[in-house]
Design a protein. Structure first.
Length: 394
């Protein structure tokens, strides 16, 4: 995860015109040379997107010195049915994709291309709406909306395949959305699950146990009409972020709620929730010092947007507050955001297109401020791009 731009350097300028096969512009999105073999450290800047309307998984990477991504070898990859979600192992070795047919997995090769695991056989018949691999790489945690059940599938970290019997825990609501897991080294590990109008589930988690799930509690919504759509945890495990509708007053009523993660309590900070500049918070990108929130819906606009906030820590280091940086337009129905592993690019995908992929650069004078960058298609439009995930920094 990226440290603040003013510490680690420039972020963003991605880009694109269109895939060569789509636009006819040879060279701009040509596949990278295939170096062959598998590996745990794919080329820098590798990321993957799910195109729901074309049932495809597409992979891209930034070649050394390039300011725009190129399609990895053999991309796009056909899926057996409509895709729903993705997760990637902390090692960067394996990519998991949930579809209406079930969950598949892929080995990520050294050039960022993918090789289907188990010859493309379904890993699990579950239709997971959201997935995360825990920091140990031992569990694939998944939520199946409508079931009210959170599941953890045991993984063989050396092969990526299943390695035992799934463990489950019942949650206090049936509408399950995004999942967030505390990073490695957290004093008190948790899994957080956004549950729409049911609030956010807080689940104790111990990866070393045969059943990793522990006590379940719940954070209720701020307003009875609100719904929790997105969750994330900051890189230092200090703060939990929840994207909630009808959380603040005014036309743009979407809010970012912020909680400290303590050993015995999850406590909302003073000043929370913070207005996100839209009505439908859909994704959260936490970084060290800054957090970004994507809104899929904005009142009075056909485009989604992204709002940035800097995190202010008290002198004692025990209390926090957020300061708004800027809000910038993205595409239609902005569904997900990610950061590549070079700490140089931020990407947003838009389910409604206009464009499929939005990119942003950091302003040279204002810390953390996003400036609009080039845009691109992710396949043959309309793609209905719903998810994006980047290879981790290793």
């Amino acid at each position: 995860m990226r440290t603040a731009r003013w510490v680690r350097g420039i972020i963003v300028a991605v880009a694109a015109i269109a895939v060569a096969a789509i636009s006819g512009c040879a060279g701009f999105w040509d596949p990278l040379p295939n170096s062959g073999g598998g590996g745990t450290n794919p080329v820098s800047g590798t990321f993957y997107v799910l195109n729901q309307k074309t049932n495809q998984l597409a992979g891209f990477a930034f070649a050394a010195g390039a300011s725009s991504p190129t399609a990895v070898t053999n991309s796009p990859y056909s899926l057996p049915s409509q895709p729903l979600a993705m997760a990637i192992a902390p090692s960067g070795s394996y990519l998991y994709v949930s579809t209406l047919s079930g969950i598949l997995y892929y080995t990520i090769n050294a050039d960022g291309s993918l090789t289907a695991g188990d010859s493309g056989q379904i890993l699990s018949s579950d239709t997971a709406f959201a997935m995360q691999v825990d920091p140990s790489g031992s569990w694939l945690i998944e939520s199946v909306s409508g079931s009210g059940v959170l599941a953890a599938l045991p993984l063989d970290s050396s092969t990526g395949a299943l390695n035992g019997t799934a463990q489950t825990v019942n949650l206090p609501a049936t509408t399950l959305k995004e999942i967030a897991v505390t990073p490695s080294g957290a004093a008190t590990p948790y899994v957080f699950v956004a549950m729409g109008t049911g609030g956010t589930a807080v689940v104790a988690f111990n990866s070393g146990n045969a059943n990793p799930f522990g006590v379940v509690s719940k954070i209720g919504v701020k307003n009875s009409l609100g719904a929790d759509n997105a969750v994330a945890v900051d890189p230092g495990s200090r703060l939990l972020y929840v994207g909630e509708t009808v959380a603040v007053s005014g036309t743009q009523s979407g809010g970012l709620r912020v909680f400290t993660i303590g050993s015995s309590a999850i406590s909302e900070i003073s000043g929370s929730p913070y207005a996100t500049g839209g009505t439908g918070p859909s994704a959260i990108l936490p970084t060290t010092g800054i957090v970004y929130v994507a809104n899929s819906a904005v009142s009075g606009s056909s485009s989604g947007n992204i709002s940035g906030f800097s995190i202010v820590t008290s002198t004692s280091g025990t209390s926090y507050s957020l300061t708004a940086i800027n809000t910038i337009s993205a595409g239609s129905l902005t569904s997900a955001i990610a950061e590549d592993n070079t700490n140089a690019y931020i990407l947003a995908v838009n389910f409604g297109g206009s464009p499929d992929l939005s990119t942003f650069t950091f302003d040279s004078t204002t810390q953390g401020q996003l400036d609009a960058g080039p845009t691109s298609s992710t396949g043959t439009d309309p793609t209905g791009t719903i998810a994006i995930i980047a290879a981790p920094a290793l």
